[in-house]
Write a protein that binds this ligand. Structure first.
Ligand code: SF4
Length: 487
């Protein structure tokens, strides 16, 4: 394992290929340092006795102690620890711990590469290539970005039907050295500060779409890769420093301009069926991670709601108690879904644990449909102050501070500074630059709501439920053929 300092040094040695506000930026640009603060925490906490047990794991490939963000889940306990780690670290960060994308991709590839070799009767060597890469990923303590979502063009057309075939990432050439890929991936969280871009298709594919069924990993500064960056960083504090101002997040539009991927980094090619499976498996692992981080974000919104109610003297009001009970129910039901998904996980032929598809998706769906409701609750309890309160400079100016302390006081035994800090936090959460990122990610991160419905309906035994109704209604039950689970 490496330290966060070593990680930043490694980033600095990479070829600059990230563009922001019209400039080519360095990977340790101060704005990126704020965005990557969460990632740095995942290196810094490995020796902390309070975190060590779940942030580290034992590699199934080397037997060495590794960061859990590079681990391939071997047991139910691994899945549970990953979920708990995601909740605990996301609470600390106040946003999203960000490093899950890489490990979720690695787990998906560990399954698919082995299944491809099994299917091809030993004619391919994807799993051996993957294991060699995985060892390197673990030894170097790498950070991976999931470059999955294609730009997709006309939404009613399949990849091979698009007017421009590059609207979904595809192979344009195969040669002795490797494959040449062209396309553009969007929403690449951690793109500007990752080691590797790990790529899979983003959807199921048809038999015409062998060129689009490509899975691989390459260093993020590989020739031909260009990243256009957007960063959602919090407003820096001037007078009242706080943890919340240290954590942002950045994403890239990631352009692959005829990029050569060497054969040893190609993990699937010309297999539309398994290309689609890789897409769905990544989403499944990420939705399981989400059953850890989404409860954490509800914890943050719930805690802030309760704090604002406390400093305002209304914490015992019935409507406040009902709202908090609702938030608790959301957080703990989502978390419980992740626990259930781990306990009903199945083992892939590679030995990797695959969490239960129904529980992961219902947990993720429950979180997604409630995200704006949670913001609504905090906003309701706060009133308009998070949006209209004066800037920090006025609080720091003795001329205005006396007025502000007097007129913004709430409960008599609560100091004006505590009231101010509580509302400033609420401002960061519901009216600051990170808020919109967390709201949109709360709906679309890990797959948009429709994708959860598709996964749930495609895997749920609805015919069994109809038979329950038939029996109760006196209608003959139908024979149900067992269906292959779609992961
Ligand atoms: Fe991890 Fe959640 Fe952030 Fe995804 S949204 S990277 S699961 S913390």
């Amino acid at each position: 394992m490496i330290t966060s300092k070593e990680f930043v040094e490694r980033l600095k040695s990479m070829r600059p290929n990230c563009y922001m506000h019209g400039q080519l930026i360095q990977r340790d640009d101060p704005r990126m340092m704020t965005s990557m603060k969460d990632i740095l925490m995942t290196f810094d906490l490995v020796d902390d006795p309070g975190y060590k047990d779940f942030i580290t794991a034992t590699s199934h490939l080397t037997g060495k102690t590794i960061n859990r963000f590079t681990h391939i889940h071997q047991t139910v306990d691994d899945l549970l620890k990953k979920q708990m780690m995601t909740r605990v670290l996301s609470r600390l960060s106040g946003t999203c711990i960000q490093r899950c994308m890489g490990v979720d991709m690695m787990n998906a590839l560990s399954v698919v590469t082995k299944e491809a070799d099994d299917k091809n009767g030993g004619k391919t060597e994807y799993y051996e290539r993957f294991k060699a890469f995985c060892k390197e990923f673990q030894e170097k303590d790498m950070v991976g970005a999931a470059a999955q979502t294609d730009v997709k063009g006309d939404r009613l057309l399949r990849p091979h039907e698009q007017a421009d075939p590059d609207l979904y990432m595809r192979v344009v050439e195969r040669n002795a050295k490797g494959v040449v890929v062209r396309g553009c991936k969007v929403h690449t969280t951690v793109g500007p500060y990752c080691d590797e871009l790990i790529v899979t298709p983003c959807r199921t594919l048809t038999k015409e779409e062998g060129d689009w069924s490509i899975c691989f990993s390459i260093p993020a500064d590989t020739k031909g890769v260009h990243m256009l960056i957007e960063a959602a960083n919090p407003t820096p504090r001037k007078a009242f420093p706080a943890e919340v101002e240290k954590h942002g997040i950045a994403h890239s539009v990631t352009i692959f301009d005829d990029v050569l991927v060497p054969w040893d980094r190609v993990f699937l090619d010309q297999d539309p069926q398994l290309g689609g499976r890789a897409a769905l498996l990544f989403a499944l692992y990420h939705r399981h991670s989400y059953t850890g981080c989404k409860p954490a974000y509800t914890d943050i919104l719930m805690g802030t709601t309760a704090l604002i109610a406390e400093v305002s003297g209304i914490e015992k009001e019935q409507h406040v108690r009902h709202k908090l009970a609702e938030m608790i129910s959301i957080a703990e039901l989502v978390y419980a879904a992740g626990i259930a998904a781990a306990h009903t996980a199945t083992k892939a032929s590679s030995g990797t644990m695959i969490p239960n598809v129904i529980y992961c998706n219902v947990g993720r769906k429950h979180a997604g449909v409630n995200i704006y409701h949670e913001y609504d609750t905090l906003c309701d309890i706060c009133g308009g102050q998070p949006q209209t309160m004066p800037y920090e400079e006025e609080y720091a100016d003795p001329k205005w501070r006396a007025y502000l302390d007097k007129y913004f006081a709430r409960k008599k035994d609560v100091s004006p500074e505590i009231v101010h800090r509580a509302f400033r936090l609420a401002q960061d959460l519901i009216a600051g630059p990170v808020a919109s990122n967390m709201q949109i990610a709360g709906v679309h991160g890990g797959g948009s709501p429709i994708m959860e419905d598709i996964a749930i309906l495609g895997n749920y035994p609805i015919e069994e439920k109809k038979n329950i109704a038939r029996r109760l209604a006196g209608i003959p039950e139908k024979e149900i053929k067992p269906k292959e689970p779609k992961k």
